[in-house]
Design a protein around this ligand. Sequence first.
Ligand SMILES: C[S@@+](CC[C@H](N)C(=O)[O-])C[C@H]1O[C@@H](n2cnc3c(N)ncnc32)[C@H](O)[C@@H]1O
Length: 317
Amino acid sequence: MDLRRYVRGLLEERGLDVNGRDLERVVNDLSRWTRRVYTPGLVETADGSLTLVSPEYCEPYHSITAGAVTECLEKFIKPSRILEKAKLKEEVRILDVGFGLGYNTAIAITEIRRTSPRTRVEVTALDLSLPEDIPPLPEPYRKIHGELISSLPLYESGNVRVRLLLGDARKRIYEVLRFEADAVFHDPFSPFKNPELWTLDFLKLVKEALSPEGVWVSYTSALPVRRALFDLGFRVGESVPVGRRRGGTVASLRCEVPELPRETLLKTRTSPYSVPMRDPDLCWDALRILAEYRISVLLREREASSEGKRALPRGSP
Ligand SMILES: C[S@@+](CC[C@H](N)C(=O)[O-])C[C@H]1O[C@@H](n2cnc3c(N)ncnc32)[C@H](O)[C@@H]1O
């Protein structure tokens, strides 16, 4: 793919003037974001649990530096407060966006069964497909994880039910708009490798599937994602950092969320990169979403420089 030609085409289609320096900056960001870094295969993570690196996205399914199990507990289950909710309710509902190897779901079920054995658990999960040769989780998660993987797309055991809806989540999300999730585990690959599930347009549908008191959690701290959540009316906060400097994101329509650090909040308000990714008909490919996003950034940069707003921080996400 000739990125320079592709971006020039999009700019010309919109009647925008193309100067060489701007074109270079757009193309540089795009080639950085689409670069493939990891080699596909099985990997041991920092806490000893195993994960895979996806051959399609060349990204690990879990954080190697935090540890796969640690990431599930610290970036998804704890900040979602699903364990506290399970103690107070007869049933809790989880929407798992990006089921992957099933770790988030299996660990959440095990922990809810341990702490609130009588509470019913209803999980709906979305994924394109189930990978082959999913590595087992360590104890105490191994049993439920194994049973879950071998019985999907429907797992029912006692008071737990898990449905896996296979196919593009942008199409299947319409089946869960009234799900009233207590927690959404939003876990696609990273926004600059897998932007299809991080756009304002997709997140708007996820918002419909979330109960007003529910909590949306993710490992990402990416500016366009936080901007989209703000624009959709969410309260947006940050989870505790694990395995890296920045924390993940916690969002809710009505619940309190941990505050964003001041510097981060300022960047979310002022950086030209703080603009949502878009996918108006939920069918663009990853490159189109990224290119349109980078063009929106360019327009904000041009606007800022024409207004002489030199104070805008330039840092790209
Ligand atoms: C980081 S992995 C998820 C890891 C998982 N939560 C776990 O705990 O094992 C991201 C997942 O998002 C899925 N995905 C990416 N794009 C998708 C799409 N358009 N529709 C549905 N699933 C998608 C991938 O197939 C992959 O399994």
